[in-house]
Design a protein around this ligand. Structure first.
Ligand code: GMT
Length: 375
C-alpha cells in the first residue's frame, strides 16, 4: 500500500507515534510518504520505502498568519498525484484533518478518491481542539474523515463528550518496539550521573503546564529526603525555568539534572529506576510506556488514559492529580530495596509487551484495508 502520513515532526508524542508507525509500515513493505514541515526527529531516511516531502510556507508580509493549511493541502494533492498514494493518514486533528479534507475535495474534483484516516492524540481534543474558536472546524474534520482512531478509550469518551460527532471511533493504543537486548554498558553510563547506591528518578516531556513538572520536582524532593537519589529532567518547554527555580528554592539543584531535548531517551531510561508522570491530563502517556519498555516502573496521576497504560501495583502506581505525599510514598515503596525495585522493573517490562508493535500495528493495517475497500 502507498500511505501518506501527515504529522508534527517534533519531539511530541503524536509525532513520535506517527514516525514510528511509518517506519514499521515501511518494514512491512508499505511505501510510506511523510508530509510535514520538517523532517520528523526520529526519522532516518535510510529505507527505500520511506520518503519525506517538506511543506514550505513562503513568508509574505501581507499575511499576519502564514497559510500553512493551504500549503499542506496542496502538498498532499501533489504527492498523491505524483506517487499514486492509496491512503492518507493524518495524526493530530488540528489542522491536519482539515487540510486532509481539503486535499480530498481537490482530488475528488479530478476524479481521484483518497480515503482519509484521522488519529486523535489528546490535546487536539481535550485542550486545543475544544476551544470555541476551533471546535466547529474540528467537529467537521472528524465527521468528514473516513475512519477515526483514538489512542485510548478515555480519549474516545472525551471526543464524544466534547464534540458534535456520532462517528465510529476505533481505539488503537500507542505501541512500542520490544527491547529484547539491554545495553551491557548502561552501568558505566549510569555512573556519569549517580553514585553507587543512588536511585535515578526520571521525567521526560515537553515541559508544558499540563505535565505539572513542578510536581515532579516536589515528589523528587520528598524521595531524596528518605533515600539517596538523583532526578533527570529530559525535555524542554515553557515550565522549565520554574522547575529550575523550584529545585534551587528547595536546595536540591545539585541533585537535579536538566538535559534539554534529547534523542537518547532510550539510553537515559535504561539506567533509570523510576519514571514520574504527574500530568493534569494525558490521553495515553507514551513516555510512561517507553519507560516501562526499558524496565522502569511508573508513578503517574490517575487521569485520562493513564490507567489504561499504568497498572496499579503492577507497572507502578497511580495517584490523584497533585497528591505529592501519595506519590512520594508510592515511589519509596518501589525504591525502598533492591528486591522490590527488581520486581517492579520486571512487571513494568512484562506489561509493556501488551503494547508491542506486533500486536498494535496490524490494527492500523486492518483500518487501512477497510478504508480502501469502503471508500
Ligand atoms: O503530551 C503532549 O503534550 C504532546 C501530545 C502530542 O500530541 O504530541 O501528546 C499527546 O499524544 C501522545 C501520543 O498519542 C499521548 O501519549 C499523550 O498522552 C498526549 N498528550 C496529552 O494528552 C496531554
Amino acid at each position: 500500500m502507498k500511505i501518506a502520513i501527515v504529522c508534527y515532526p517534533t519531539f511530541g508524542g503524536s509525532g513520535v507515534v506517527a514516525t514510528e508507525l511509518g517506519i514499521e509500515l515501511a518494514k512491512r513493505n508499505h511505501e510510506v510518504h511523510f508530509i510535514t514541515y520538517s523532517q520528523p526527529v526520529r526519522l532516518a531516511l535510510l529505507n527505500k520505502n520511506i520518503h519525506y516531502h517538506e511543506v514550505v510556507v513562503p513568508e509574505y508580509p501581507l499575511f499576519h498568519y502564514q497559510p500553512y493549511e493551504l500549503a499542506l493541502s496542496s502538498k498532499i494533492v501533489d504527492t498523491v498525484k505524483e506517487f499514486g498514494i492509496d491512503l492518507l493518514h493524518v495524526h493530530y486533528a488540528i489542522p491536519h484533518a482539515f487540510a486532509g479534507y481539503m486535499a480530498k475535495q481537490m482530488l475528488a474534483d479530478q476524479g481521484i478518491s483518497l480515503p482519509m484516516v484521522t488519529t486523535l492524540h489528546g490535546t487536539d481534543i481535550t485542550l486545543v481542539g475544544n476551544h470555541p474558536f476551533y471546535k466547529t472546524a474540528v467537529s467537521f474534520s472528524i465527521n468528514q474523515s473516513d475512519y477515526v482512531t483514538s489512542v485510548s478509550e478515555d480519549l474516545k469518551k472525551s471526543t464524544y463528550e466534547l464534540f458534535d460527532t456520532t462517528k465510529d471511533i476505533h481505539v488503537i493504543p500507542n505501541f512500542i518496539e520490544e527491547k529484547n537486548t539491554f545495553d551491557a554498558n548502561f552501568q558505566c553510563k549510569r555512573s556519569l550521573f549517580a553514585h553507587e547506591g543512588e536511585r535515578i528518578v526520571t521525567h521526560v516531556s515537553n515541559f508544558r503546564k499540563v505535565k505539572r513538572i513542578l510536581d515532579v520536582v516536589k515528589v523528587f524532593h520528598g524521595i531524596q529526603q528518605q533515600i539517596p537519589a538523583k532526578l533527570m529532567m529530559v525535555g524542554d518547554g515553557p515550565e522549565r525555568l520554574g522547575a529550575e527555580e523550584l529545585a534551587k528554592e528547595l536546595g536540591i539543584e545539585n541533585k537535579v539534572i536538566f538535559f534539554g531535548n534529547s534523542s537518547e531517551i532510550d539510553s537515559i531510561l535504561k539506567y533509570s529506576d523510576l519514571f514520574l508522570l504527574p500530568s493534569e491530563t494525558e490521553s495515553f502517556g507514551l513516555a510512561a510506556l517507553e519507560a516501562m519498555a526499558n524496565k522502569v516502573p511508573v508513578i503517574s496521576s490517575n487521569t485520562g488514559g493513564l490507567p489504561e497504560v499504568n497498572v496499579e501495583g503492577v507497572s507502578g502506581f497511580l495517584n490523584n492529580i497533585g497528591d505529592i505525599d501519595g506519590m512520594v510514598s508510592n515511589a519509596l515503596h518501589i525504591l525502598k530495596d533492591d528486591r522490590s525495585l527488581a520486581t517492579f522493573k520486571e512487571q513494568a517490562f512484562a506489561h509493556s509487551k501488551n503494547f508491542s508493535v506486533e500486536k498494535i500495528v496490524p490494527l492500523y493495517e486492518t483500518i487501512y484495508n477497510k478504508a480502501l475497500k469502503n471508500t
